[in-house]
Ligand binder design. Structure first.
Ligand SMILES: Cc1cc2nc3c(=O)[nH]c(=O)nc-3n(C[C@H](O)[C@H](O)[C@H](O)COP(=O)(O)OP(=O)(O)OC[C@H]3O[C@@H](n4cnc5c(N)ncnc54)[C@H](O)[C@@H]3O)c2cc1C
Ligand code: FES
Length: 304
């Protein structure tokens, strides 16, 4: 993990985006410079033993800072983190200084995180995991399928795919001509970041289980109604990912899935995050925090 960093990151903002859903911006220049779409960080509240362990959160986006007047860059004395450049354009000329994480309040850590104020600090370590691979060949059309809070890794991914931004020190270059996001929620007021995805250049298709937003039904059904893309990426609850993997296999679409397996250490030591993966000799357990969280769907060994 050559670019790995662990630090106490000042909270620049922590605001509500949707029901039970917040965006927290953390000033963490070494993480922001190194992290790529599909990678994640662990967050923990300093000085608290409950919960004791950190929790994993995907990168939503890095925040590009306009050149600092002091010349010291973000984090220098007297500097403030500036807003990102509009739509990230031209942004690869500047080093990012902060990361945005979007989180849904489900339990202890996320509940406490939603109470954190600007100026307080959060322990962050990362970047962790493998990140999204490039789409196959000359992918003209890439589809992203998200369920629940599974939309979070896709904002930076859209910008990287369309060549709007470079991440992890890479220069921006287009990897797809067109990106479609299929985003499904249980009900309308849980949808978070829809405008961000549109502004990043994705064609956004929405679905809800109860019909209060967009297509009435599962996001995988909505995805299947549209023309097959050249490559599909998915993130969300396991039943949704399994359904997407089956569609991709049936239609012969290359498919990569980002798993949301609960984790303890996040760095490959505890083996609490393992998932069965097909290998040349049969199958083996792989650590989602190190060998994932993104896997080729064709290699995943589903329990059901
Ligand atoms: C690689 C990765 C990226 C993630 N990215 C995001 C993100 O960007 N935004 C976001 O909101 N969440 C994300 N998650 C999920 C997030 O880590 C959990 O929601 C978080 O750990 C919950 O912590 P908590 O202390 O609030 O809940 P806890 O008090 O630990 O748990 C509350 C309840 O939620 C269940 N639970 C906890 N974690 C999970 C899980 N991963 N899947 C299913 N059930 C779970 C527990 O079993 C329990 O019932 C990601 C997970 C992974 C592995
Ligand atoms: S969370 Fe400890 S090995 Fe993956």
């Amino acid at each position: 993990m050559p670019d790995f960093a662990q630090l106490l990151a000042p909270v620049l903002e922590n605001r509500r985006l949707a029901r039970d859903t917040y965006l927290i911006r953390l000033e963490a220049p070494p993480v922001a410079r190194a992290i790529r779409p599909g990678q994640f960080v662990m967050l923990r509240l300093p000085g608290s033993t409950d919960p004791l362990l950190g929790r994993p959160f995907a990168l939503y986006d890095t925040v590009i800072c306009l050149p600092s007047t002091s010349g010291r860059g973000v984090g220098g004395e007297g500097d403030t983190v500036k807003p990102p450049l509009p739509n990230g354009r031209g942004a690869d000329i500047d080093a990012p200084g902060a990361i945005d994480i979007v989180y849904l309040v489900v339990g202890k850590l996320t509940g406490l995180l939603s109470q954190v104020q600007s100026g307080e600090k959060v322990e962050v370590w990362g970047p962790l995991g493998n990140g999204f691979p490039d789409p196959v060949g000359q992918a003209k059309h890439v589809a992203l399928v998200a369920g629940g809070i599974g939309q979070t890794p896709f904002l930076a991914h859209i910008r990287e795919l369309l060549g709007e931004r470079g991440y992890g020190g890479q220069v921006a270059r287009p990897r797809a001509k067109r990106v479609s996001l299929y985003y499904g929620v249980r009900t309308a007021d849980l949808a978070a970041g829809v405008e961000d995805f549109r502004q990043a250049g994705a064609e956004v298709h929405l679905a809800s289980n109860d019909g209060t937003l967009g297509f009435h039904g599962f996001v995988t059904d909505l995805f299947e109604q549209h023309e097959p893309p050249d490559h599909v990426f998915g993130c969300g609850p396991e039943p949704m990912l399994h359904a997407l993997a089956k569609i991709a296999e049936r239609k012969g679409i290359p498919c990569h899935l980002s798993l949301e397996t609960p984790m303890a250490c996040g760095v490959g030591i505890c083996f609490s995050c393992v998932t069965p993966v097909r290998t040349a000799d049969g199958w083996d357990y792989k650590r989602v925090c190190v060998e994932g969280p993104v896997f080729d769907a064709a290699t995943l060994h589903w329990e059901t």
